[in-house]
Design a protein around this ligand. Structure first.
Ligand code: PEP
Length: 228
């Protein structure tokens, strides 16, 4: 089982280092593999031996005149082993489209960064139709993870119903095969993480707001059991 925290634009490098110091003793012996997607400036400061550290976005290009962008090589050298790609906030606040996102996934794969591709429908959209579009070009690809995050469940305190999650994950599983871990994200909390994590086609969770406090995130991590 995987649990990925997404800090978004929170925590300076100093605050991030204090978080790592606070959480490490609390997650000893946890069954889940823990990942944290931190701001670029906190990647170096959060290096440790238990939690995989990654970024929240990267360029599809390897280098060049792209002011403000960051490359896979730069992330790797700073200590990132994975990168969230196509998070709903990147798609909807920064206008990233499916073609650019697919290029980013391919760049990450060739540069040795594990891509965690985020997908999900907006309120009122047909789930399978949207997921099919967002997964286009990835059938038969492995070496990535996918996080199903319905947009209306992100940061709202209202996670998707169990049946809906199961249906979406089954659809992704059919499309991607058994080797690609499929995570659920969208208002995962200490209250619902055990139930969501125990679902048949859920290989882990992506947690935004509830990953910011090391004490409660540690408790969430311990709620996830090893898959039999
Ligand atoms: C996210 O950032 O991807 C997310 C799911 O946020 P939250 O857990 O706060 O809904």
């Amino acid at each position: 089982m995987y649990i990925v925290g997404n800090w978004k634009m929170h925590k300076t490098a100093k605050e991030a280092a204090l978080y790592i110091e606070a959480i490490l003793p609390q997650i000893k012996g946890a069954a889940a593999q823990v990942y944290l997607a931190v701001p670029f400036t906190a990647i170096a400061a959060t290096q440790n031996s238990s939690i995989k550290i990654g970024a929240q976005n990267m360029s599809d290009a390897l280098q060049g005149a792209f002011t403000g962008e960051i490359s896979a090589l730069m992330l790797k050298e700073a200590g990132a082993s994975f990168c969230l790609i196509g998070h709903s906030e990147r798609r909807h606040l920064f206008g990233e489209g499916d073609e650019l996102i697919l290029r980013k996934v391919k760049t990450a794969l060739t540069q040795g960064i594990l891509p965690i591709l985020c997908i999900g429908e907006k309120e009122g959209e047909e789930m399978e139709e949207v997921l099919e579009k967002q997964l286009k070009g990835l059938s038969g690809t492995d070496g990535l993870m996918v996080a199903y995050e319905p947009v209306w469940a992100i940061g709202t305190g209202k996670s998707a119903e169990i049946d809906h999650i199961q249906k979406a994950h089954r659809f992704c599983r059919k499309f991607l095969g058994k080797k690609v871990p499929i995570l659920y994200g969208g208002s995962v909390s200490l209250e619902n993480v055990a139930e969501i994590g125990a679902m048949e086609d859920v290989d882990g969770v992506l947690v935004g707001g509830a990953s910011l406090n090391p004490d409660s995130f540690a408790k969430m991590i311990h709620q996830l059991r090893k898959r039999k």
